[in-house]
Write a protein that binds this ligand. Sequence first.
Ligand code: SF4
Length: 188
Amino acid sequence: MEDQTGNVSEEEISRLKERLNEDAESSGYHLNPDDEMTRDLVRGLIVNQKRHGYPGCPCRLSADDKQEDLDIICPCDYRDPDLGDYGMCYCALYVTGEILEGTKEVRPIPERRPSRDERAQNLKAPISSEASESVDSSRAGGAASTGETALSKPVWRCRVCGYLCGRDEPPEVCPICKAKKERFERFM
Ligand code: SF4
């Protein structure tokens, strides 16, 4: 039987770490400077990719179901809010400049992910008009901020960073946070 987890080489870890570092820097974030910890987390991502077929969060329990775990495919839906509030993501793989420079206190990060039951409920709930109105227009790129209701194209929202765009299909990769196409949801 194929080994789905082990034998992650140091080279594999270095390659992915390098890519994640480039993505982080281009998004204005950084990888945790603790190299040993960061490599462990990157190893966890590779193990999850091999085991489940997607790079689920190394600090959270996987359901081994991609649809159910979409919100915790790295970078997870909770990364940016946690970086904003705590200066690091839940696993501390990503950190902000404030944390690097020591100008922000390192604090424990509470789990932001809703429980399984709550997530199931959220999936069933329709998008409320309040939620639609609360979209940050600075992230909307103008696509959904005009108040028009008769849009000629669907509007897609990146579930990771909130980027919005109006086009027939969501982009392959979010231009802001680099999340993949599957992380977009139909917004309008
Ligand atoms: S960004 Fe999210 S999924 Fe990735 S390591 Fe951090 S907490 Fe885990």
